[in-house]
Design a protein around this ligand. Sequence first.
Ligand SMILES: Cc1cc2nc3c(=O)[nH]c(=O)nc-3n(C[C@H](O)[C@H](O)[C@H](O)COP(=O)(O)O)c2cc1C
Length: 109
Amino acid sequence: MQRVSANTEQTNEFLSLIKKRWSPKDFDLEKNISPENLQLLFEAARWAPSSRNEQPWNYILVKKDEPEQFEKMIDVLIESNKTWASKASVLVLTLASLRLLRSVIFRRM
Ligand SMILES: Cc1cc2nc3c(=O)[nH]c(=O)nc-3n(C[C@H](O)[C@H](O)[C@H](O)COP(=O)(O)O)c2cc1C
């Protein structure tokens, strides 16, 4: 298979995206993340590389309009995170298996 190398324009675009990213901690209670954007986020997450391609992650997603589940998720956070996380429209808990589950045998080449 032929490798496709990124051209300068794509590289600059990618670096520019990285430079512009930040960790938001002040959310507008009136706004909700759209299902399309949520879909995009998980699409990006599932392309992450993993050891032996185990993809050992699972996600639990709760929305603000599911108050009981939302509160349970807030409860597991440390106090300093509860303040800003309570205003988010969606919370996602990432779970990762620390044991290899699928690839039992792995031979060194
Ligand atoms: C592994 C990791 C854990 C983090 N944990 C927290 C956290 O518990 N609470 C929080 O408010 N920010 C957390 N942050 C956000 C960092 O504080 C933030 O990335 C850093 O201050 C740089 O700011 P920026 O992301 O806006 O550039 C975490 C970031 C990383 C990478």
